[in-house]
Design a protein around this ligand. Structure first.
Ligand SMILES: [Zn+2]
Length: 326
């Protein structure tokens, strides 16, 4: 029987569980709200209950598992996995989660930052297959990149990741605060909450846009509505994505010069806007980037794994230990 593992993608709002095999295929999945307790012990205990129930379901179907990989939307440090820079899950700051997870699930567990997991999965099973150097940028609630290369696997030197890369500064004149406490970060300008905020401001100014009608009907807006309106030709929605594409192009130019990827992959909910973002990204990079690096960039594409990359990447740490993190 093919080896299988459980991948648990702990997001700021939702936790996704998946039973994954060695080819990256998902055989069973579940989604739950991420626990929000103020006491970290209680939060981890609820998480353990959710994962145990999923494991029970997997084992009841006669499928033995090799272990469980977890992703978190921030970073962690040390042998007990003390959580750090937990902007989207503040109660976990400083809390060591490994002892409770090892008590519940034994030693065959792994943890990784969610972007690192998504990068590993995309390189192994998605658009990155066969590429020499791939850079994945996820644009959702948070924004960050990961880089995987044929020779080195996952590029990691800071908390098993390329660092807090959504916090690269692309607008030094920005006034509003980022979730990290800084100003002018890429994340504060192009994340799903940032685009939603921008759309609400445009509606407030009385702009003629179908976003205003969606807001009036539903009482709220999501970043996805902006992509859909832009695809349908809405000028205000297009402008919002165009501006996001400009800032992404500024950041990606710097990443291009640092990591010299052959392929850039867009992931995350906002990344699904595809061509509507890729066009302004290309235009901006074409103007700013060094031609030497630009000539070696073969493509900018949308992720093949969608929202599943994190869970698949987490499981692959168990199924292929040592392949990506060396
Ligand atoms: Zn920031």
């Amino acid at each position: 029987m093919e080896k299988q593992a459980i991948g648990v993608d702990i997001g700021g709002t939702r936790t996704k569980l998946a039973l994954v095999d060695e080819s990256g295929a998902i055989h069973l999945r579940a989604v739950h709200p991420t626990p929000r307790q103020a006491r970290p012990e209680a939060l981890v205990a609820e998480l353990v209950t959710t994962v145990k129930a999923f494991r029970h379901e997997v084992e009841a179907s006669g499928r033995p598992i090799e272990g469980i990989g977890f992703t978190v939307p921030h970073f962690f440090d040390g042998p007990d996995w003390a959580q750090c820079q937990t902007n989207n899950m503040p109660s976990l700051e400083g809390h060591p989660v490994r002892p409770a997870l090892a008590d519940a699930f034994g030693d065959k567990i792994a943890m990784i930052n969610d972007l690192s997991a998504a990068g590993i999965a995309e390189y192994a099973y998605g658009r990155g297959q066969g590429t020499e150097r791939m850079l994945l940028i996820a644009i959702g609630t948070g924004v960050a990149i990961s880089v995987v290369t044929r020779d080195q696997g996952l590029i990691h030197y800071s908390w098993d990741s390329t660092g807090d890369t959504g916090m690269i500064i692309v607008d030094p004149s920005a006034e509003s605060l980022c979730t990290c406490g800084g100003r002018g970060c890429l994340e504060s300008l192009v994340s799903a909450p940032a685009l939603r905020r921008r759309a609400l401001e445009e509606i407030e100014r009385g702009k003629d846009t179908q976003l205003a009608r969606i807001k009036a009907e539903r009482g709220d807006l999501e970043a996805r509505d902006i992509s859909e309106a832009a695809l349908a030709g809405d000028a205000v929605a297009r402008d919002i994505l165009d501006r996001a594409g400009f800032f992404l192009g500024v950041a990606l130019t710097s990443y291009l010069h640092i990591f010299r990827p052959n392929l850039i992959v867009l992931a995350g909910g906002v990344g699904q806007a595809g061509a509507l973002l890729i066009e302004p990204i290309r235009r901006t990079m074409g103007r700013l980037a060094s031609p030497w690096y630009l000539a070696r960039l073969q493509g900018i594409e949308v992720s093949a794994l969608g929202q599943d990359g994190q869970a698949i990447g987490a499981a692959s740490l168990i199924l292929q230990p040592g392949r990506f993190i060396r």
